[in-house]
Design a protein around this ligand. Structure first.
Ligand code: 5GP
Ligand code: MN
Length: 333
């Protein structure tokens, strides 16, 4: 819990910070936010990640100092692991030899740390880093503000998702007052891609299919598409959301081939449709409306496996809606 984290920071001096493989805006923003927080307290601290920061996050303060490595490689007083469902998710080999602090806003995380600070009310781990500033008395500097703002912006889908609350805007307001420029940050994150992304997008969108109900849609990205367009793996970020722009589409999948017959599968949904449960069945995880897992097989096998599960998830949420309406009728409201 938070009090244990504060006590640890007060007592110890040498820290490392990491997040999950293929780090995203919250993984990077909160790791670097925590880096600047600990630096403010004159701690010896380093961010170590298995994978480098994608191009659009290179502008984050401190991104250039991240050590990209397959292992921690030395002893630290504690290693902060941010936004990871289990000890394997950072993709670093030697974490079992460290004093680990697990920081996450997913309630489904395993309690793998010596200290576990889990806050499922936080919109992003970045919000938890902000709370840690308040708890340690560290002033929110411009560096911290930019990192936390990026975490909030990306994990709330630019303030679109249901984790966006009054609190999110309150924190964002303070961050802007500290010097964050929303338009500049948004442009760096969402308006600085290279042309191959468009070439890749056009190929991926051309595979879009939907089921008979129109509520479930899915798309493919093959290795061949990536080769033809010279796109980077991260260029596919965000593609899975496109079909959700259609009113009746409630759940989508993007099957992205990362090795022959191996597909990183991204799942997205609207409202009560729970795709995290589907990802968990296949060893992945995530949130109700955004989750992922890795699947192996042919494209028709994966379609037969995943599409019916998405259809079930949609049906179940419609059942929930019916139930609520019935309950309202019964209670006479
Ligand atoms: P994406 O589709 O963008 O790769 O992932 C969406 C969300 O699902 C992530 O923010 C993360 O919470 C979760 N997620 C994706 N892949 C995995 C996975 O392999 N394991 C777990 N535990 N969570 C995942
Ligand atoms: Mn997050």
């Amino acid at each position: 819990m938070l009090a244990q984290v504060v006590e640890l920071i007060e007592k110890k001096d040498r820290f490392a910070i990491t997040s999950h493989v293929r780090p995203d805006g919250d993984g990077l923003g909160s790791s670097l936010g925590l880096l600047w927080l600990l630096k403010s307290l004159n701690k010896d601290v380093e961010v170590i990640m298995r994978d480098p920061a994608p191009h659009s996050y290179q502008q984050l303060p401190g991104a250039g100092t991240i050590r990209v490595a397959p292992r921690i490689g030395e002893h630290f007083d504690a290693v902060f692991i941010i936004e990871c469902s289990d000890l394997d998710r950072p993709g670093l080999e030697d974490l079992d030899q460290q004093f680990v602090v697990n920081i996450d806003h997913h309630s489904t995380t395993e309690l793998f740390g010596s200290i576990n600070w889990i806050d499922s009310t936080a919109a992003a781990c970045g919000e938890m880093v902000y709370n840690l500033c308040k708890a340690t008395g560290v002033r929110v500097t411009k560096e911290i503000a930019e990192c936390v703002y990026t975490a909030l912006l990306t994990d709330t889908g630019s303030f679109h998702y249901s984790n966006t609350t009054e609190r999110t805007f309150k924190i964002a307001s303070e961050l802007v007052r500290t010097g964050v420029r929303p338009a500049k940050t948004a442009e760096a994150l969402f308006g600085s891609y290279q042309w191959p992304k468009i070439e890749l997008l056009s190929r991926v969108l051309s595979t879009a299919k939907r089921d008979d109900t129109g509520h479930v849609a899915w798309m493919w990205q093959t290795l061949a598409m990536q080769e033809q367009t010279h796109a980077a793996e991260e260029d596919a970020d965000g593609f899975v959301n496109y079909p959700l722009a259609v009113g009746e589409v409630e759940a989508t999948a993007l099957f992205k081939e990362t090795a022959p017959g191996v597909y990183r599968t991204s799942l997205r949904s609207k409202g009560d449709v729970n795709v995290a449960k589907i990802a968990e069945q296949f060893g992945g995880g995530g949130h109700r409306n955004a989750a992922g897992c890795t699947l192996k097989g042919t494209s028709s096998e994966l379609e037969q496996k995943v599409v019916p599960l998405l259809q079930d998830a949609v049906k179940r949420s419609n059942g929930l809606k019916d139930f609520t309406e019935d309950a309202l009728i019964e209670s006479g409201s």
